[in-house]
Design a binder for this molecule. Structure first.
Ligand code: S3P
Length: 171
């Protein structure tokens, strides 16, 4: 069975939807960031502040390769994972990639009270979201299957993903 790989910007619902799908489909859920934290013995915030973002990106690539070889997983990829072509290729090797998206305002309201994302620290997270979204848009746009999550519940998005998967499997 192919992996289902959820990609997309921070706060687009990858983790919540991934967990829901894992229950619905009886497939194991893997959060890439958790995998990285276990491997490094450090939380993401500390990896960024102690070792720097380039180090984090290299670990992310190693993990994408490792997880990409597995089967029958629901994978939630970190928001920056699509920035390297090799990550997208590794995760797509044995999986179908689905990009979740949402508006800037919706993303902001979902992430504003959470502190585990180093890229959104600082005094103007909304501006940071806008800049990152603009810069990353071409990378997210490359993913063929897109699901808009704005104003939708986790269940609704999980059901949409399931429909996409069923369609793919019937091709
Ligand atoms: C990042 C997103 C985070 C995490 C790290 C960097 C990004 O994952 O990998 O903080 O570059 O967008 P989530 O999208 O799961 O929050």
């Amino acid at each position: 069975m192919q992996n289902i790989v959820l990609v997309g910007f921070m706060g687009t619902g990858k983790s919540a939807v991934g967990k829901k799908l894992s229950e619905q489909l009886g497939m194991k859920f893997v959060e890439m960031d958790d995998y990285i934290e276990k491997r490094e013995g450090m939380i993401i915030n500390d990896i960024f502040s102690n070792k720097g973002e380039p180090y984090f990106r290299d670990v992310e690539t190693a993990v994408a390769r490792e997880i990409g070889e597995k089967e029958s997983l629901i994978i939630s990829a970190g928001g920056g994972c699509v920035l390297r072509k090799e990550n997208v290729e590794a995760l797509g090797e044995n999986g179908i990639l689905i990009c979740l998206n949402a508006t800037e305002d919706e993303i902001f309201s979902r992430v504003k009270d959470r502190m585990h994302r180093p890229l959104l620290h600082g005094n103007n997270p909304k501006q940071k979201i806008r800049e990152l979204l603009q810069r990353r848009k071409p990378y997210y746009d490359k993913i063929e299957v897109q699901i808009n999550t704005t104003g939708k519940t986790i269940d609704q998005v999980a059901n949409e993903v399931e429909k996409v998967i069923n369609k793919e499997n019937n091709k």
